[in-house]
Every structure is written in structure tokens, then in C-alpha cells.
Write a protein that binds this ligand. Structure first.
Ligand code: NAD
Ligand code: DAO
Ligand code: ZN
Length: 370
């Protein structure tokens, strides 16, 4: 057992508490990681709020981290002490039916136990005062030390700054990947992006990389437009400034609708608008946002009959162990400008401030340093 400072979510709807937890050694196929930094994502807030149907408490949240391998369990073959890694909430085992399908990044090798907040052997490596604390999304990066299966870690070059490339563990990769891997936006296409948080802004970078001809950025918080512009958005729409449904506004702006749209908020009405602002015959809408428990999407089926396509994307369709090193390289060359996303940094003791800033719409990403 080692001691680790961690921000623990003891109960839904309550601030995280900084305590010293016990971390058990990595078991077969597992790796102990010292977390150097972790981003705070909207999904952490969603789970903390109690809205997440998979949310289990007490737990150590956090899934956007960067760290260094501290110890490896038996049977670990591709990682060694000192390697730099990014935890993956979407594992990549390379042997399951999903990994070998060539059709999805949704590896299922550790999915069942990960969803229950435990390691593949059905137990937790974290405890506090002798009682188990659950893992979160298989990552639990709000702890100085965490344990993950080897298949849930992407090895990255040692010269990449962990306090920045941690953002590639979720938000930035998700937005870029949704555009490049899921929608496969092509040069010259028109794109509408709903929601300009970390995910939507990253989708703008993806659309810029794809050489989209028009990138329409939509948000009810106009403070987000300046960064969107910096990243390549060409037009800006605030739904609050229009009387008619936002899909009608976009359709009028684009002679019938956009080629691709992305919902980056988690609002089911906006998901409908994002689909319906797509061009008849070929427009495709990708849902990235995660809606609250029990919510449902709807549209008239005729929207699909007349050629629009509705799809969804998890972690941008990215296979983490294989593809993340390429994303890290693009961050190193500046093609993925991570600094633009980091609006706040803080020590673990101030992590609740990161949640406040997010709720107030004042941050893109806060990065917690350990
Ligand atoms: P965020 O809270 O930082 O950003 C959301 C943005 O949406 C804000 O700028 C807000 O002003 C804007 N917004 C809110 N309501 C709006 C409306 N009605 N119209 C237009 N804009 C509106 O969140 P984030 O970290 O960027 O995450 C966005 C969503 O993506 C969340 O639901 C999160 O859970 C989800 N997510 C999905 C994946 C995935 O793999 N699919 C990965 C990470 C996050
Ligand atoms: O394989 O069944 C599965 C689920 C994989 C997890 C996908 C999660 C994507 C959305 C959650 C937001 C992540 C921050
Ligand atoms: Zn797999």
C-alpha cells in the first residue's frame, strides 16, 4: 500500500474532499501511475452532479491525465517504470471483437468492470479508512497515484509536457477525432459546431485541419467567440440573438444547410437542431455531448428519409494506444495548440475552484497540477 493525496467525491452534489487515500499495488496486467497533471472536463462535473446513470460514490473522479509509470504488475509487457503515459477511458486491447473489427474504437476488454468502478478482478485499488473508494472511467486521475490496466494507457514521448498533453486524454482528442475519424469531414465542406467548450473548440481545430470552407461556431456565451476565431471558425452565431429556431438560421446562412454538424453540449433539443441544420440529401450530424440520464432525442423521421444522417462519437473514434502518440506529436509541433485551451491552472487543493469556473462559463480547461 502507498499513500496518495486525492480529491474524493464522497457524495453526489458535494464538493470534492482532499484526503490521503491508500493505493494497493498493481495486480497482474496492471500499472501504477504517478499523475503529474489532470484536466477537469464537463463529464467529471456531470458525474459529480448525480446526473450520470453510471456514477458511483465514493469515487475518485478525473479522466484527462498525464503521468509517469511508477510500478508494473506481473505480465505487463509494453510499459516499464519511467514511461510517460496518458490514461485512456476507452481502452485498446487490440484483440477483442471490437478492436479487431476495424469499425470502432470502443474496446470492450475492461468495459464491464470499468463501468462498475472496479479493476478487471472486480476489486478497487483505492481505500480510505479501510473502506473501498471506487475508480472512475477506469482512470481516476484526481489522485497523485492511480492504477490502470496496461490496455488503458497510451505510451507517449518523454519530452512531451504532461501538464499540457494531459488534455489529449479526453476533450481535445474527442473534438478533433469526431471531425476527422467519425464524420470524416472533407476539404471544402461546410461545418456547424454547437457549443464552444473544450470539445467544440477542438472540433473547430479538426475542421480547420480538414480544410473545411466554412466553420460556423454556435454558443449562447459570446465570450467564447474570440477563441473560436483564433482556432479557425469563420462565422459566429448566438442563438439568443435570434427569434427563430437556430436550425432555420443556419439553413438560411448556408443555402439549405451544412454538410456536417457537431453537437458538443449534451442538450437534446440542440441535438435536434444540429441534425435539422444539415443539408437535405447528404448532411451528417455527429452527437458528441452526453445528455442527462433518461433523456431522449427526437426528430421527424422524414429528416432521415430525406438523406440526413445522425451518428455519435466517443473519444473521437480514436484508438488511444495507437493514435494518441500522433496527437502528441501534433501538439508538439503546434498544429494542436493546447495552450489555447488552458485558461486556468491550480494545485489539487483548489480543484473545486475548477468546477466553479466551469459552471460559471469562465474556463475552457482548468489543469490541476500535483
Ligand atoms: P463545456 O461545459 O466546457 O462547454 C459547453 C459549451 O456549450 C459552453 O460554451 C456553453 O456556453 C455552450 N452551451 C450551453 N448550452 C448551449 C446552447 N443551448 N446552445 C449553444 N451553446 C450552448 O463542456 P465540454 O467539456 O466542452 O463538453 C461538452 C459535452 O461533451 C459534455 O456533454 C461532455 O460530457 C461531452 N463529452 C463527450 C465526450 C465523448 O467522447 N462523446 C467526451 C468528452 C466530453
Ligand atoms: O464501450 O460501452 C462503451 C462505453 C465507452 C465509453 C464512451 C464514453 C463516451 C462519452 C463519455 C464522455 C467521456 C468524457
Ligand atoms: Zn479491445
Amino acid at each position: 500500500m502507498i499513500k496518495s493525496r486525492a480529491a474524493v467525491a464522497f457524495e453526489a452534489g458535494k464538493p470534492l474532499e482532499i484526503v490521503e487515500v491508500d493505493v494497493a499495488p498493481p495486480q497482474r496486467g496492471e500499472v501504477l501511475v504517478r499523475i503529474v497533471a489532470s484536466g477537469v472536463c464537463h463529464t467529471d462535473a456531470f458525474t459529480l452532479s448525480g446526473e450520470d446513470p453510471e456514477g458511483i460514490f465514493p469515487a475518485i473522479l478525473g479522466h484527462e491525465g498525464g503521468g509517469i509509470v511508477e510500478a508494473v504488475g506481473e505480465g505487463v509487457t509494453e510499459l516499464a517504470v519511467g514511461d510517460h503515459v496518458i490514461p485512456l477511458y476507452t481502452a485498446e486491447c487490440r484483440v477483442c471483437k471490437f478492436c479487431t473489427s476495424g469499425k470502432t474504437n470502443l474496446c470492450q476488454s475492461v468495459r464491464a468492470t470499468q463501468g462498475k468502478g472496479v479493476m478487471p478482478d472486480g476489486t478497487s485499488r483505492f481505500s480510505y479508512q479501510g473502506k473501498p473508494i471506487y475508480h472512475y472511467m477506469g482512470c481516476s486521475t484526481f489522485s497523485e497515484y492511480t492504477v490502470l490496466p496496461e490496455v488503458s494507457l497510451a505510451k507517449i514521448p518523454k519530452d512531451a509536457p504532461l501538464e499540457k498533453v494531459c488534455l489529449l486524454g479526453c476533450g481535445v482528442t474527442t473534438g478533433i477525432g469526431a471531425v476527422l475519424n467519425t464524420a470524416k469531414v472533407e476539404e471544402g465542406a461546410t461545418v456547424a459546431i454547437f457549443g464552444l467548450g473544450g470539445i467544440g473548440l477542438a472540433a473547430i481545430i479538426g475542421a480547420t485541419m480538414a480544410k473545411a470552407s466554412r466553420i460556423i461556431a454556435i454558443d449562447i456565451n459570446p465570450d467564447k467567440f474570440a477563441i473560436a476565431k483564433e482556432l479557425g471558425a469563420t462565422e459566429f452565431v448566438n442563438p439568443k440573438e435570434h427569434d427563430k429556431p437556430i436550425q432555420e438560421v443556419i439553413v438560411e446562412m448556408t443555402d439549405g444547410g451544412v454538410d456536417y454538424s457537431f453537437e458538443c453540449v449534451g442538450n437534446v433539443q440542440l441535438m435536434r437542431a444540429a441534425l435539422e441544420c444539415c443539408h437535405k440529401g447528404w448532411g451528417e450530424s455527429t452527437i458528441i455531448g452526453v445528455a442527462g440520464a433518461g433523456q431522449e432525442i427526437s426528430t421527424r423521421p422524414f429528416q432521415l428519409v430525406t438523406g440526413r444522417v445522425w451518428r455519435g462519437s466517443a473519444f473521437g473514434g480514436v484508438k488511444g494506444r495507437t493514435e494518441l502518440p500522433g496527437y502528441v506529436e501534433k501538439a508538439q509541433t503546434g498544429e494542436i495548440p493546447l495552450d489555447t485551451f488552458i485558461t486556468h491552472t491550480m494545485g489539487l487543493e483548489d480543484i473545486n475552484k475548477a468546477f466553479e469556473l466551469m459552471h460559471e462559463g469562465k474556463s475552457i480547461r482548468s489543469v490541476v497540477h500535483f
